[in-house]
Design a binder for this molecule. Structure first.
Ligand SMILES: Cc1ncc(COP(=O)(O)O)c(C=O)c1O
Length: 405
């Protein structure tokens, strides 16, 4: 097969020759701990593996498939756009991009009037840090311990977890990490050389830790008093995941810069940065991207926004998420230390490593994520029904109460 690939006679690899898992392991970089199954199909809240087994997907592909997998409106929008215009650079206007700007502006937090489209959460944060530096001329950045903002150089510097960051140092200078929700530390950290404070409203990778309204609002006030910009990272919490369109709304926060990705286009890669009036006006060449804001991504995002609104999914997530949290809190397991979160962004912290329980849930047809070693994280599609939730509760109760796991 290798020779056929090299001499150009192989157009497709015969999966019978090696298992999919073996192919991935042979050619991939091994950057992810394998879950032991190969997903080949998705529909709604469910995915199927190569052997035809069905799973309720409470990972939503890292919180991306907000409308579920292959939502008909998104499939139709992508298919239609793919047959119309796939690529269009930022040098030219585009009907899909223009309409997405307008439609997004109706759901963004107040005061965010301009948007830059890119391709991922890390890129959105990278751009946000650049825009803050351009605006303020300052290099200092305050970020939070346990915060996660992505893997590119700037976003990685803002990410606290030392094991992600330290092997790549030196990264950007001037970053200071404070304990999340610590008002005194925040007050002391936002000095005259700080150009930006970057925070999640609910820390996702850091263990699903909600920020207090006090802390987040103080960050906003300090930034405005001391000439810094507040960057709020809603890459994970945006687009209805926490029961409001943006998590900012639930804590009365008005960021200067808001970053988005994940659920924005139902799995089609896309990121975005929204800017308020305190951010300097940018001019041609100061930032850019080849793929950002391309028609296919914009069409997928427009379909996603339309369904989120038409089906009032944020409100549905608020109600069902509250019930879900209540049911999780009622699981009679001594292994559970805490259950927290908002909407469909939920963490179940255990008193021991979560991995065996995540594997046991998978064996019973439920896919969940971890956040760190001891937290089971649930980021299900926003379309989950009451029956789906009951199934998830049943499986988690069974595995967390089982004496033999
Ligand atoms: C809050 C937050 N910011 C940024 C990122 C990075 O996004 P991406 O993986 O699309 O670069 C993530 C990814 O998990 C995230 O949760």
């Amino acid at each position: 097969m290798r020779d056929a690939v090299l001499n150009g006679t192989a157009t497709q690899v015969d999966p019978g020759e090696e298992t999919f898992a073996a192919l991935e392991s042979r050619h991939g970089l091994g950057l992810y701990v394998p879950r032991g199954i190969t997903l080949t199909r998705g529909q709604g809240a469910y995915v199927w593996d190569a052997d035809g087994r069905r799973y309720l997907d409470c990972t939503a592909a890292y919180g991306v498939a907000s409308l579920g997998h292959c939502h008909p409106a998104v499939v139709a929008a992508i298919s239609h756009q793919a047959a119309t215009l796939i690529a269009c650079s930022g040098s030219f206007g585009n009907d899909q991009r223009a309409q997405l700007y307008a439609e997004l502006s109706t759901v963004l937090p107040a005061g965010l009037t301009r948007v830059f489209f890119c391709n991922s959460g890390a890129e959105a944060n990278e751009a946000a840090l650049k825009f803050a530096r351009l605006t303020t001329g300052r290099t200092g950045v305050v970020a939070a311990m346990r915060g996660f903002h992505g893997r590119t150089a700037g976003a990685l510097t803002a990410t606290w977890e030392p094991k992600y960051r330290e092997p790549f140092e030196p990264l950007l200078p001037g970053f200071n990490y404070i304990p999340y929700n610590d008002l005194a530390a925040l007050e002391a950290a936002v000095t005259d050389d700080v150009g930006a404070v970057i925070l999640e409203v609910i820390q996702g990778e850091g263990g699903v830790q909600p920020g207090t309204a006090d802390f987040l609002q103080r960050a906003q006030r300090l930034c405005s008093d001391r000439g810094a910009l507040l960057i709020v990272d809603e890459v994970q919490s945006g687009f209805g995941r926490t029961g409001t369109f943006f998590a900012c709304e639930s804590v009365g926060l008005q960021p200067d810069i808001l970053t988005m990705a994940k659920g924005i286009a139902s799995g089609f890669p896309m990121g975005a940065v929204a800017l308020g009036e305190r951010v300097v006006k940018l001019s041609p060449g100061q930032h850019g991207t080849t793929f950002g804001g391309a028609p296919l991504a914009c069409a997928a995002a427009r379909a996603t926004l339309r369904i989120l609104r038409a089906e009032q999914l944020p409100a549905q997530v608020a109600a069902r998420g509250a019930w879900f949290l209540e049911q999780l809190r009622a699981i009679p397991s001594e292994r559970i230390r805490d259950v927290r979160g908002r909407g469909f962004m939920i963490g179940v912290e255990l008193t021991e490593p979560a991995a065996p329980y995540i594997a046991a849930a998978q064996a019973r047809g439920l896919l969940v994520l971890n956040a760190g070693t001891q937290v089971i994280r649930l980021l299900p599609p926003l379309i989950l029904t009451e029956a789906d939730l009951a199934f998830a509760i049943g499986v988690l109760t069974e595995v967390l109460c089982s004496p033999s796991i």
